[in-house]
Design a protein around this ligand. Structure first.
Ligand code: AMP
Length: 282
């Protein structure tokens, strides 16, 4: 397993693999890897001969008010995780390697990116689509792996690949959680002890929603109200959104008459956390 810093080195390695007829999977990450990322690496290792893990805190997807500087980084720790779970190289470029002086081309998307996280993070998905397109062009993988934890991102990437005829299969992987239910996230490291306890309202609200759907409830208002009431009872929690949307278009729906995504973003203190469930997985 090696850490690669330049685009040329990645391309050269992938070219060698291709000459040998090997298939290649890509797992895009921002590093500070945990079991959630590890599950994606394992899935890629199962499906492909070789796996590239990109490890890049992409400045373009952070607004000036967000946590770009404080985002946790630990490449040595990441290298261990990648090695243990069957990754072959980590691509860990400097921002200047990805965005040379004069960089001015972007991949932008309307509609899907204007709901859910796109409302409070209006530039986020332009940064995501641009960097993921670049990674696809650099690695040219057969398959790329994304977590359902970032459900809107997964829908956006699927849509981008379809719109722009990118010849890459997108694989969505289940959310990996802590034992008490909290979805694993690099941002969980920001939480102090009280906030860590309070953060459980997200996964608890997900369970409330899942139980209502399992019991046949189809009114989105009833489901969402029950979830919001639970979150609002926690003084350290502040809801950004809790919504039910069509899982393909990301547009809100009033009744569960199609496959839907129930997604939330909640501030616990200053930390913004997300969680969700797909009705199809219930
Ligand atoms: P990030 O490093 O946060 O940008 O995440 C990189 C990839 O890992 C994304 O596709 C995420 O959806 C996925 N991921 C992050 N946390 C989890 C988790 N708890 N379970 C499954 N996938 C995850």
């Amino acid at each position: 397993m090696k850490i690669v810093k330049t685009i040329d080195e990645v391309r050269q390695q992938v070219r060698e693999w291709r000459k040998q007829g090997l298939t290649v999977g890509l797992v895009p990450t921002m590093g500070y890897l945990h079991e959630g990322h590890a599950s994606l690496i394992e899935a890629s290792h199962r499906d492909n001969d070789r796996t590239v893990v990109s490890d890049f805190v992409n400045p373009m997807q952070f607004a000036p008010t967000e946590d770009l500087e404080s985002y946790p980084r630990d490449i040595e720790h990441d290298a261990k995780i990648v090695e243990e779970h069957g990754g072959d190289i980590i691509f860990n470029p400097e921002p200047s390697e990805m965005y040379h002086e004069g960089f001015s081309s972007f991949v932008d998307m309307t509609v899907l990116t204007q709901e859910l996280c796109g409302i409070s993070r209006p530039i986020h998905f332009r940064g995501v689509c641009t960097v993921v397109s670049k990674l696809f062009n650099i690695v040219k993988p057969d398959k790329a792996y994304f977590g359902k934890k970032d459900a809107q991102q997964l829908a956006v990437i699927r849509h981008m690949v379809d719109d722009l005829n990118m010849d890459i299969e997108i694989i969505g992987c289940p959310i990996i959680r802590e034992e008490d239910g909290l979805a694993k996230s690099s941002r969980n490291t920001y939480l102090n002890d009280d906030e860590r306890k309070a953060a459980l309202v997200l996964s608890q609200a997900v369970s409330i929603g899942i139980n209502l759907v399992r019991n046949g409830e189809t009114s989105c208002e009833i489901i969402l109200d029950a979830m919001k009431n639970h979150i609002n009872a926690e003084p350290l929690a502040r809801i950004d959104y809790v919504k039910m949307v069509d899982c393909r278009t990301m547009q809100q729906i009033p009744v569960l008459d199609r496959p839907a995504l129930c997604a939330m973003a909640v501030y616990i203190g200053k930390t913004r956390l997300i969680d969700n469930f797909f009705t199809e997985d219930v």
